[in-house]
Design a protein around this ligand. Structure first.
Ligand code: NI
Length: 191
C-alpha cells in the first residue's frame, strides 16, 4: 500500500471527465482502492475520488463518521465504502446548504447547495452491486465525490460566495458567535 499524491485545484486532472472502470475486480483497481483508502485516512478526509490521485477513472471511496451525521434516519454512520462506476440521482426537490471542504482545496470551506436526499448505485471491487439511499452528510459526501468524476469542484457549485473562506477563520467566527450568544448556540428554545 502507498500514500498517493493528491492533486490540488488548478491541476487539469481535476477538470477532466473520468472514464468508466472496465473491470472493477482487476488487481490494479484493488490496489488503487487500497491506496486511496490509505491516502484518505492519512490526510485525513472523509472522501477521495480517483481523479484526485491523478487517475481519471470513475471510482471514489468515502465514509460517514459518527460525529458528522445529521441524525436523520438516512444519515447513519457508515464505514469506508467504495463506489465504482457510480450513478447518483437526487430524490425529491429539497436542496440545502452544507459546509464542505476538499482535500484538493486545502484550508478552505464553503456552504454548498446539495440535494438533501439521493439514491446511488455502483459496484465494489468484488463486482457486487452497491445500492444506497442517503440524506444529509451522507448524501452530500456522495454528491461531492461523484462531482469529481465529472471534473466539478465544489467552488463551481457555490451560490453565495460570502459563505466561502478559510476553515480557520470560519471556525474563529463561529466561536465568536457562540460566545456572543451562548443560549442560542446551545440550541435552547427562545425564552
Ligand atoms: Ni473533494
Amino acid at each position: 500500500m502507498a500514500i498517493l499524491k493528491i492533486a490540488r485545484m488548478g491541476h487539469p486532472v481535476l477538470l477532466q471527465k473520468a472514464a468508466p472502470v472496465a473491470d472493477p475486480g482487476a488487481p490494479e483497481i484493488r490496489r488503487l482502492v487500497a491506496d486511496m483508502i490509505e491516502t484518505m485516512d492519512d490526510a485525513p478526509g472523509v472522501g477521495l475520488a480517483a481523479p484526485q490521485v491523478h487517475v481519471p477513472r470513475r471510482l471514489f471511496v468515502f465514509r460517514v463518521p459518527a460525529g458528522r451525521t445529521t441524525g436523520d434516519p438516512g444519515d447513519a454512520p457508515l464505514g469506508t465504502t467504495v463506489l465504482i462506476n457510480p450513478l447518483v440521482e437526487p430524490l425529491g426537490e429539497e436542496v440545502r446548504l452544507r459546509w464542505e471542504g476538499c482535500l484538493s482545496i486545502p484550508g478552505l470551506r464553503a456552504a454548498v447547495p446539495r440535494a438533501w436526499r439521493v439514491r446511488y448505485r455502483g459496484m465494489d471491487c468484488e463486482g457486487q452491486e452497491v445500492l444506497g439511499e442517503a440524506t444529509g452528510f451522507h448524501a452530500g459526501v456522495v454528491q461531492h465525490e461523484n462531482d469529481h468524476l465529472d471534473g466539478i469542484l465544489y467552488p463551481m457549485r457555490l451560490t453565495d460566495f460570502s459563505l466561502f473562506g478559510f476553515a480557520e477563520e470560519l471556525a474563529r467566527a463561529e466561536l465568536a458567535r457562540q460566545q456572543a450568544n451562548p443560549v442560542e448556540a446551545a440550541g435552547a428554545p427562545p425564552a
